[in-house]
Design a protein around this ligand. Structure first.
Ligand code: GLU
Length: 419
């Protein structure tokens, strides 16, 4: 994102990744110039009446990176660190992710700079509805379809769906994905991202000839993605030895009681005060000796500082952008198998696509159908990336980006430049 407005550490990282893949693909420079920046970026003021009567003006964003393959698609993040640069990077990654797994969707992302934990339910609802109203002319089932991301959930999606529907005068479930089942959500969406991470880990283990029953795992983040990864890993017999959330982490070399951890997190909305294992920091978790490491929280967690100390065999990126390009260069020299974010965590948007399709057809699938179709798509994408990486002798991240970017670029060349 060449111009100053989009500049942030995350957007520079996204552009650097793009430039590496574009160079490898010999991408036309006019095309690269268009793809390096978003199609459209919105900054909106979101005045919200707080419970004490004050009006707090939050800042909201929706960035639409590219829609050559279909409507912009991507989550809405509520987090204090949200800014235009971060949202732009996340929007770009959505474009490559949707393309990589073959969805007829483009890339977008949104967010509000806020701490949802500090807001009452009423404040959260008012802020969400006003944000929806501010971007309402730029979203739509054929235009831009939001979804959950960090700090948002099915309730927030329900409020967005209701606000949009009230404006249209009738129910429009297909305006968002990740909604409650009762208003047109799909079975299996809530678990989809975490489940997808585990499907890609299983495929990796098969490829490397590793027995997952003998494996240990450490998972950073215990939200929409991390908690499901932990649950699903435990279900297939992986020994989860460390978990964390923003309040800190817990470690037990012999294995943590996963069912109990999930119960605590469900009740307290955090892992704080967990009586299991010994306390460790989020940073220490990443450096533990384990077979599988899953960063499933914020971006830029694995940097040139801690990358030399990583001790895992498989690094499965549940989060978007958890590894910086400098860290990538260090990991390349180590014997670590990387499952890059746009592949590992694509399960969420794949099942979002299924939800959108079901809403448009008013015809709903069983959870078995959803999971089977999800797994088929991810297994196919995994092998495409692996083949690309072997054929061109590049690491898995570059291979995944090359496939994702190439499809978008071809579509743009066919459609040409409207002027
Ligand atoms: N926020 C998720 C992601 O980063 C899901 C996006 C979606 O389902 O549209 O992939």
């Amino acid at each position: 994102m060449a111009t100053i407005e989009w500049r942030s550490p995350a957007s520079e990282m996204a552009v650097q990744q793009f430039d590496n893949a574009a160079a490898k693909l010999n991408l036309d420079s006019n095309l690269a110039g268009r793809l390096r920046r978003p199609d459209r970026a919105m900054i909106v003021s979101v005045p919200t009446r707080m419970d004490d009567g004050r009006v707090n003006v939050f800042t909201g964003y929706r960035v639409q990176h590219n829609d050559v393959l279909g409507p912009f698609k991507g989550g809405i993040r509520y987090h204090p660190a949200v800014n235009l640069g971060e949202v732009s990077a996340l929007a770009m990654w959505m474009t490559w992710k949707c393309s990589l797994v073959g969805l007829p969707l483009g890339g977008g992302k949104g967010g509000i700079a806020c701490d949802p934990a500090d807001l009452s339910r009423h404040e959260l609802q008012s802020m969400t509805r006003r944000f929806t109203a501010e971007i309402i002319n730029f979203i739509g089932p054929e235009v831009d379809v939001p979804a959950p991301d960090m700090g948002t959930n099915e309730q927030v999606m329900a409020w967005i769906m209701d606000t949009y529907s009230q404006h249209k005068g009738h129910a429009v479930p297909e305006i968002v994905t990740g909604k409650p089942i009762a208003i047109g959500g799909t079975l299996g969406r809530r678990e989809a991202t975490g489940r997808g991470v585990v499907y890609t880990i299983m495929e990796t283990a098969k490829h490397l000839g590793i027995d997952l029953l003998q494996c240990t795992a450490a998972v950073q983040g215990f939200g929409n993605v991390g908690s499901v990864v932990v649950k699903e890993l435990a279900n297939i017999g992986v020994n989860v030895i460390a978990v964390s959330d923003r309040t800190g982490g817990f470690f037990d070399a012999k294995g943590l009681p996963v069912a109990k951890l999930l119960e605590v997190a469900d009740k307290n909305h955090s892992l704080e005060g967990c009586p299991y294992g010994e306390k460790i920091s989020n940073a220490a978790l990443l450096e533990l000796k384990c077979d599988i490491l899953v960063p499933a929280a914020l971006e830029m967690q694995i940097t040139k500082e801690n990358a030399p100390r990583l001790q895992c065999r498989i690094l499965a990126e549940g989060a978007n952008g958890p590894t910086t390009p400098e860290a990538d260069a260090i990991l390349r020299e180590k014997d670590i198998f990387l499952i890059p974010d746009i592949l590992a965590n694509a399960g969420g948007v794949v099942v979002s696509y299924f939800e959108w399709v079901q809403d448009l057809q008013n015809f709903f699938w069983t959870e078995e159908e959803v999971n089977k179709k999800l797994r088929d798509i991810l297994v196919k994408a995994f092998h495409e990336v692996l083949n690309m990486s072997q054929k061109h002798k590049v690491e898995m991240r570059l291979a995944a980006l090359m496939i994702g970017i190439d499809r978008v670029a071809r579509a743009m060349l066919w459609r040409g430049l409207y002027a």
